[in-house]
Design a protein around this ligand. Sequence first.
Ligand code: C2O
Length: 377
Amino acid sequence: APDSAASCFEAFSSVRNPKEALRGLACCPPIYSKAAPVPYVFPTVDKLRERKPAHLLSKDADYVEQFRAGIQILKELPDDDPHSWKNQAKIHCAYCNGGYRQEKSGFPDLEIQVHNSWLFLPFHRWYLYFLEKIIGKHLKDDTFALPYWNWDNPEGMSIPLMYEVNDPIKLSGGEIVDKTKIRSLYDPFRDQFHAKPKAILDFNYGGQDVEITPEEQMNINLALMYRQMVSSGYNTRLFMGGEVKAGVNPISQNVKDLSLGGSLENGVHTAAHRWVGNRRMPNGEDMGNFYSAGFDPVFYAHHANVDRMWNVWKALGKKLGKPGHVDPTKPDWENASYVFYDENRVRVRVYNKDCVDTQTMGYTYQPSKTPWVSRRP
Ligand code: C2O
């Protein structure tokens, strides 16, 4: 099974303009602990963390204040702290741009790539899991939950307001902080036209804007959503992505088989990355490139909805009587693993098989409308 090795290398692959990679390609985590990673054990959970739609939470001043403060704390941590925002962002770069090799499986020359395959959903689920726990730890609130960018609902198809608005907030002490300090959810490296409050995400975005009305775009999006979740995602391989095993070079395989990524990954997931990223930057920074995507706070809201869709897909299978909507059961998938620093800065190893049920992981999604379910073309 693919694994993430303990040793990390400078990430270099799949960056178009490495010389202009302004976020930096030194993506390895700081050596905070030299101990070998230990298997992660879930802490006991008293109350599930409930992730809610970001467009609704944007109206909840207390939540926005708490979330902004949490991200701000990470942004102020030193670079040798694995919890720092920079180091959290670099996790994505390390796992996606060649930072790790398939060393533990005996293929030290082959890199690990968590995209374009069945590793996509579980890797990102774990990535968000630890970020959420880390923010909760720093906020001293273990019920803290990330928001989700509810792009599958017409009311949530723009970048959620909390990531944009720059109004003054009060931190817990009561004082109004310097405006420049509270923009912790804002990212300057976004497409300036798409970052406008009423711009509608284009689920088909390929680098060019199309001239259609917001209503038309919403309808197209809902039809594409149905397609990615139902008609083109009717079995495990099509929805979750192709089977990557240890010893496979993910780069050459991608070239040979571009359809290895699952329907959602190749669809709205990638489109949203490109749509949010600044197309004028040398590498589409931030969201438009793997190496830099994790620097934009909206990345985690985007991936929370991707993660939610995994749950919705399985539930829909039961509801519509579609037997193909199930998790992989092959040992190569179940035993694939990744290494993270947890909320206590312990280096832990986590497995796909332990992330199939979000309730076991201590969190849940507040339901939201899924109008695309009735948009069968
Ligand atoms: Cu790891 Cu949305 O990409």
